[in-house]
Design a protein around this ligand. Sequence first.
Ligand code: MGD
Ligand code: MGD
Ligand code: SF4
Ligand code: MO
Length: 817
Amino acid sequence: MTSPVIDREVSRRSFMKWSSIAGGSAALVATAAHLGMPGTMSAAAADGMEGVDGTFWNACLANCQSRCPLRLQVKDGTVVRVLPDNTGSDELGDLQIRACVRGLNQRERIYSPDRIKKPMKRTGKRGEGKWEEISWEEAFDTIASNMKRVKDTYGNEAIWYHYGSGSTGGNITKRGTWPRLLNSYGGYLGYYGDYSTAQITAAFPYQYGGWMASNSLEDAQNSKLQVMFGNNPLETRMSGGGELGVVQKIRREHGVRTIIVDPRYSETAVDVGDEWVPIRPGTDAALVAGLIYVMVEENLQDQDFLDKYCVGFDEKTLPEGAPKNSSYRAYLEGKGEDGIEKTPEWAADITGYPAAKIRRLAREIATAKPCAVTQGWGVQRHANGENNARAIFTLAAAIGQIGIPGGGNGAREGNFSIPVKAFPLFDGEAPPVATQISCFNWIDAIDHGPEMTDVRDGVRGKEKLDVGIKLMVVNASNTLINQHNDVHVTQETLADDTKCEFIVVIDHQWTPSCDWGDIVLPSTTNFEENDLIPGASCSDTGWSIWGAKAIEPLYDTKTGYDMCTEIARRLGIEEEFTQGRTQEEWRTWLFEETKAGFPDFPSEKELEEMGVFRFRNPNGHFIGMKDFREDPEANPLMTPSGKIEIYSAPLAEMAETWVFEGITEGDKLTALPEHIDTWEGALEARTNKDYPLQCIAHHYKGRTHSSYANLAKNLEAHPQMVWINPDDAEERDIRNGDIVDVFSSRGRIRTEARVTPRIAPGVVSIPQGAWYTPDKDGVDVGGNVNTVMKYHPSPLAKGNPGHTSLVQVELYERYTK
Ligand SMILES: Nc1nc2c(c(=O)[nH]1)N[C@H]1C(S)=C(S)[C@@H](COP(=O)(O)OP(=O)(O)OC[C@H]3O[C@@H](n4cnc5c(=O)[nH]c(N)nc54)[C@H](O)[C@@H]3O)O[C@H]1N2
Ligand SMILES: Nc1nc2c(c(=O)[nH]1)N[C@H]1C(S)=C(S)[C@@H](COP(=O)(O)OP(=O)(O)OC[C@H]3O[C@@H](n4cnc5c(=O)[nH]c(N)nc54)[C@H](O)[C@@H]3O)O[C@H]1N2
Ligand code: SF4
Ligand SMILES: [Mo]
């Protein structure tokens, strides 16, 4: 049998063609009768029980950081309608948690032709696309025997549980069952960081002593001004009860002036922005330096705050042993190593934003008080995004707005969440294996694991790895191929099955990552399982949701818990894994544990009835670093000095000791949050004749990463495209709607051009998450941005620079109606 993957070649504007392919699938035909739109029903039927056997609460668990409750109406064992939350109101704190288009399109996902229906085993070479159906018995036996073989031959550190975020919102249905299985079997090589926040996560400890959240977005009602760097809540937290709802309401009811710093005129800029500051990608640290330069020149900085709470803004607060002229002020004044004054003219040249505007912006940010400076995560998902993230913290310090109502500390907004007990990944204090690598450089660990060291590759818990990755479990993840930078490097490395010897992929949709598994297991969706959904937190309200099994597992699918129990039995560790509990008994246990720590939490029965449980932050609005601001002596930060370290001595030391072999520009660590001209950054774009455009990859409305990206209705509403500025388009004879090729030295994609002034000149954006779909010439007609991205871990976090790449764009075919 050949690959069970349907022909995914999605030609442009070909929704009709695509849907007819999908319509040919047996799975869809079988359920087509149930795919009618809710809009065609009477109002009563659409929201009532009329004609259905039951309505079940569950939720959309995709990793969009919202978590919307859904009500699934079921008839004859089939989901016939998906309805949004009907509890709550339109008041802050009680907002109705309305699902977005993706969540509401759940039926198309449950009954998608891409659903994996049987366990599959590859029969050809890895990645070749030849498969046969196997029994669950054979699948379990093969996985258990490979686990045993790899453990006996190479040890537990040769086993890898891959990063993934497909069911982030779940609890037992999250991704915990597989790590629990692997930990019960002696553990696995762990990872730190994630694909979302690797660089900012790595930056936090040096400046703030650990992860910090800024004030809640509700608290912005106390702000005179909010400045959002690369932060797009209206597109990336799209729930009606989520940050989208809060930001809109605060803007409308309190009129807080809002400035958006983003190379793209985002949905947030469209809806709530008063001013758009389009800068070149990867240049936020330069903009910040230019802004603070003006503040210092005009004495607008909050010097008292800098003196009392910070280290290294001035020479006098540098830690002992720091060289002369290593303060941030010296950096601004050109007394540091580079000898360059960070004037607005200097910043304008790097960022592309005019010096006069930088001056005006600096004065406004320094004088509008309180002022909430925040950043999303687009800023840091760059080559050396660590420094850009730290620079924005520094701006918040320079204006002294940290830890006060209406202020902000330059991180992403904080929120309140209910402390729901999580399904335990291991028993005891710590997992059995302590060694970790970054979540992103696993491909190096497959290729040359034993060469990886602490100071070169960021290995933690050991000076070097002893063994490479030999067995991978890829669960609820499409980062094996689709979501990982440079699809081709990954494929070449995986193709050699003497390196990583065994890969099992577990999903409910046959994704491009499944193509590279050895065994692929068909998972249930969360609508076919029971769970306690921890819920989400939005500003100052948290919520939890009842996760009901609305329908029986479709086809020959199984829950993660059942799969792991079967494998555990074969490995002789069933008791350790299950603790004698069924999935439902674990749920009861989760309720008991949660209630023990949080008595206000409802019982199982109560939550089943209410569907959604909301809880308001008892402390009012979340104010990031409030305690530290109030009393820095009593509540010091976890930095060496206990203060905000604008100059970091540990980073200064690491800059001397960490190794960057065979590096290109920009791979360096600096004690200060300096601007760095990185590989394929704004500076290189000026001189690179072959690839002169900076390509970023914003998170898109039509999907959550690659989740939902395969559904015809989502594709129709949100087709894949590349945003390109009219000036750049004209130079290339490209018009709106044309089909263009976007390519780098790594690969080529073909997609539709969206010619728009909503993107800065010299920049293009290809929304990330489209499914990698090579045609016979290897051109990715799905338009996956990771076909053109580079695999190049960032210097400190070893994280993914998912918004850094230089590309060229050329016309492929003129659009004609
Ligand atoms: N609809 C939808 N929602 C999602 C997701 C999704 O795929 N779809 N994914 C979810 C997940 S897991 C995550 S991690 C979050 C991601 O949340 P973010 O990381 O905040 O989202 P991004 O779209 O990557 O980036 C936010 C903005 O930063 C801009 N940007 C890019 N580079 C730069 C830069 O150098 N400087 C500045 N100032 N701005 C820059 C982008 O144009 C974009 O508008 O979103 C979550 N929500
Ligand atoms: N170039 C570039 N690349 C990026 C980014 C970028 O900004 N630029 N963003 C990065 C970010 S922030 C992230 S978080 C990653 C996200 O990348 P991933 O974590 O891979 O997320 P998804 O692409 O949504 O894939 C999740 C998979 O989980 C599956 N799934 C859902 N529910 C279940 C379940 O219950 N059980 C099982 N077994 N499977 C399930 C879905 O079908 C889907 O195939 O992508 C990263 N990639
Ligand atoms: S994708 Fe996010 S906003 Fe949309 S329904 Fe799901 S949880 Fe809600
Ligand atoms: Mo993410």
